[in-house]
Design a protein around this ligand. Sequence first.
Ligand code: FMN
Length: 190
Amino acid sequence: MKFCILMSSPRFHGNTAEILKPFMAELEKHQASVCYITLADKNIKPCKGCYVCQDVQDEYGCIQKDDTQKIMEQLIEADCVVLATPIYTWYCTPSMKALLDRHYGLNKYYGSASGSLWAGKKIALITTHGYDVEYATSPFETGMKRFCDHSHLEYLGMYSVRDEDNLASFQTEEAMNGARVFARKLLEVK
Ligand SMILES: Cc1cc2nc3c(=O)[nH]c(=O)nc-3n(C[C@H](O)[C@H](O)[C@H](O)COP(=O)(O)O)c2cc1C
């Protein structure tokens, strides 16, 4: 299975990156292909809402020239897309939100083009947060479940770890083992 991991913390060696280490190591141990992309250092412009992409058949079709086209190509090659983000103000960080909004060209729902460039792909979430898991993550998880329904993607679930002691919270055996278990759960999905 091919995984595309989109990591949207502006801290490239922060909590979210830390919990991804055992997760990705477990995927690789089981011979999965892993593509790791940081988003905070990419040029991902906000969607203009121009709808031009909706009249471009079988291609992403966005008129904006930035790093998004390449990220979408990498995402289209994957079987499973893992959205890894710290929770910022009850949702994902701005780079991931901008990328999520730019999904429009993958769904041809609103113009002369039709179909989807990514229907059927699997989506999983990895989040880190300061508040307890339910309070911190439920708005983002609810939004992403609806996003998956809307885009005909298969939602596989979320692994999250609370930031109680900075990096140390993500280096405990419990946190690291949870990441490994989550990786194996994703690998078992047919
Ligand atoms: C600007 C900002 C907003 C945050 N908003 C929330 C929030 O709404 N809920 C929450 O539980 N934690 C929040 N946090 C805490 C982070 O989610 C948490 O520390 C996370 O582990 C940071 O991950 P990172 O080191 O990968 O960036 C926020 C942190 C920052 C800097």
